[in-house]
Design a protein around this ligand. Structure first.
Ligand code: PLP
Length: 280
């Protein structure tokens, strides 16, 4: 089940071809995107996602169509989604066609959320740490590397997930060259110790997560402390709970790290899910 809307709010057939072969998104991976969770027709963190799309556009110099156009397309998909329950709503914007007039290509696509993700939310996941090949100062030193922009060039992220599967794990936590922890290929790392939640700083060259922000808000309301600070592998082993969070996976607990079982965090997971859901 998929619903596709263009930026003028018109619906169009998701099975028909729409992207030209000379689109720079296709030819060079030159574009940006967002994935938003909608539940029972209501998008979560839409404002934060549109802000982040604008930030990615600024970082990549893509002339982003105005916010009203994205809101129109989002509404068209939501209005025409034929079921209750969840949807992953993808907003994509590329630099447009090679040698064209500079008009970006943009659309909003609603998709179902697969059984694999649902099972991982329920049962937890095993992860491996993999090197990302960046050092903590690189994002500031070399902005042209677009670290922390949500570009559609996700081939490395997907390759890392395949490497995890080859190693018998479900997912990845990337590490920087100094050993500090970064993020998952499609998720933010959150660590719980006592009544404190921690996540690595976006300045390391990672994406500022909308789900992590919502979880932190909910947990703070419940009296928890939250910290944004560098983390290392021993912090994960010492923690009461380790989680990968994202719009689509929501709050997923990590039960195994590099082949070793972590502290059982099933109860803590349920508590954090409650804080996150209390935001909606
Ligand atoms: N980090 C990366 C690299 C991602 O691709 C994503 C989401 O897809 C996230 C973090 C989590 O972001 P959010 O919670 O806003 O979905």
């Amino acid at each position: 089940m998929r619903v596709l809307a263009m930026l003028d709010g018109t619906l169009t057939d998701p099975d028909a071809p729409h992207i030209r072969v000379d689109d720079l998104g296709l030819m060079r991976g030159d574009g940006i995107f967002e994935t938003i969770l909608a539940v029972d027709g209501r998008p979560r963190e839409l404002g934060a996602h549109l802000d982040r799309l604008a930030r990615s556009a600024a970082m990549t110099d893509i002339p982003l169509p105005d916010r009203a156009a994205w809101e129109r397309a989002v509404q068209a998909v939501l209005d025409n989604w034929p079921a209750d329950g969840e949807m992953a709503l993808k907003l994509v914007c590329t630099r447009g066609v090679d040698g064209g007039d500079g008009t970006p290509t943009g659309f909003a696509l609603g998709m179902e959320i697969g059984e694999r993700v649902r099972a991982q939310r329920r049962d937890g996941i095993s992860v491996v740490t993999l090197e990302r090949g960046i050092d903590p100062g690189l994002a500031d030193r070399a902005p042209w590397l677009l670290l922390g922009a949500k570009t559609i060039s996700y081939a490395i992220n997907m390759a890392a997930q395949r490497e995890a599967e080859r190693r018998g794990a479900d997912d990845v936590v990337f590490t920087a060259s100094d050993g500090s922890l970064l993020e998952g290929p499609t998720s933010t790392l959150v660590v719980a110790s006592g009544r404190t939640l921690r996540t690595p700083p976006a300045q390391l060259g990672i994406l500022p997560g909308t789900t992590q922000a919502a979880l932190f808000r909910g947990a703070e309301r419940a009296g928890w402390a939250t910290k944004v600070e560098p983390l290392r592998v021993p912090d994960l082993r010492a923690a009461d709970g380790v989680f990968l969070v994202s719009s689509v996976r929501r709050i997923t607990r990590v039960h195994t790290l590099d082949g070793e079982r972590l502290t059982d965090s099933a109860d803590l997971h349920a508590e954090l899910v409650g804080y996150y859901e209390s935001e909606y």
